[in-house]
Design a binder for this molecule. Structure first.
Ligand code: UD1
Length: 339
């Protein structure tokens, strides 16, 4: 079955393309390479040992997208393509609303026209804000988004929910990712941040590789055991496999009309300090870091309850934090050495 993967050259998208292909699906990538590189395609091809068909197109471009739907016999869509820098979204909200909402609306419209029923949407735990109690379940109320980026995730979930409620022939799953980290164990694909990374692990590996002078820990005066923030760090390959499970679940559902949201995390909260110590221990690398002020907008702690995804999708994270940090470091060394 052909699966259209928008943003398929990106961090989570590229790993999902590999897992889909290994599970017997035929992924078709569409990516405009605005925040990814063509070498991700080469990495996918290296792992799979075959070519990975892709379209260099913008998911907001109706003519281009229509051509892709015409030329293929698509059985399902996984929609990753989105602008995702939180800070940039605050400075340039229209870009985020146009890109993220526009592409989702166009896809939903084309899926309806072409009779494609199955959709997996890439959402985020950002929709929960700072929850009142932990771990967060799918029933935990969503909060007012802290950024336009977060708001686009929330609104797209609502687009999909409302369309399903309207009786449209659509079966959809929104996956709320926690913090994806790591890389493929082959080190052929991984995260390729453009410019200075804002996420913890790519910044940390660049600091360890000497590309950045040091890592700053954003605050150690939070109300947590060691004072640093707590997150649920999920290996990107585990996360990619959740998309395969989601598609398989959708394929097996008899009804023409379905929408569910699932948390995708490990269920374990890990502090920034614990992550740094694990990185140093597992890779035998000394990291230069210091503690700085809190980063505005950061939430103190969040981690997932993963019972729903375990039970309904039959998915569970398998890799450990050690695996994630070993793979992230192997990937960093590979890209540094090949520069
Ligand atoms: C952010 C986004 C989230 C998005 C996710 C993608 C916000 C509010 N949320 O999550 O919507 O889905 O990225 O992975 O921006 N840290 C440092 N030093 C650094 C970088 C980070 O101490 O140089 C700390 C942060 O303070 C935070 C933790 O590491 O406590 C994780 O940060 P980050 O990787 O940026 O992810 P989130 O902010 O959790």
């Amino acid at each position: 079955m052909q699966i259209l993967v928008t943003g398929g050259a990106g961090f989570i998208g590229s790993h999902t393309v590999v897992e889909l292909s290994q599970a017997g699906f035929t992924p078709i990538i569409v990516d405009n390479f605005s925040n990814s590189e063509k070498k991700a395609i080469a990495g996918i091809e290296h792992i799979l040992g075959k070519s990975a068909p892709y379209y260099d197109a913008n998911c907001n471009d109706e003519v281009a997208m229509r051509r892709i739907f015409e030329q293929n016999s698509i059985g399902g869509v996984i929609h990753f393509a989105a602008s995702k820098a939180v800070g940039e979204s605050v400075e340039n909200p229209l870009k985020y609303y146009e890109n993220n909402l526009g592409s989702t609306l166009l896809l939903l419209r084309l899926m309806g026209e072409y009779g494609i029923k199955n959709l997996v949407f890439s959402s985020s735990c950002t929709v929960y804000g700072q929850p009142d109690s932990l771990p967060v379940t799918e029933e935990t109320p969503r909060q007012e988004a802290a950024s336009p980026y977060g708001n686009t995730k929330r609104i797209c979930e609502d687009f999909i929910r409302d369309l399903v409620h309207s009786g449209a022939l659509l079966k959809a799953i929104s996956l709320r990712y926690f913090n994806p980290v790591g890389a493929h164990e082959s080190a052929a694909i991984g995260e390729l941040p453009i410019g200075t990374p804002s996420n913890l692990v790519p910044y940390l590996t660049q600091a360890a590789a000497g590309i950045r002078p040091k890592l700053t820990v954003f605050g150690n005066d939070y109300n947590t055991p060691d004072g640093t923030c707590i997150r649920d760090f999920i290996h990107v390959v585990d996360l990619a496999k959740a998309h395969v499970k989601a598609l398989q679940l959708l394929n097996g559902i008899d009804s023409d009309n379905y929408h569910e949201v699932f948390n995708v995390g490990t269920g374990e909260g890990v502090s920034v300090m614990q992550l740094i110590e694990t990185f140093e221990a597992v890779n035998q690398v000394k990291l230069n870091y210091s503690v700085g002020p809190r980063r505005p907008g950061d939430i103190e702690q969040i981690y997932a309850q993963v019972e729903k995804v375990n039970q309904i999708m039959g998915w569970k994270s398998e890799k450990t934090l050690e695996d994630s940090l070993r793979d992230a470091w192997r990937w960093q060394l590979q890209i540094t050495n090949n520069k």
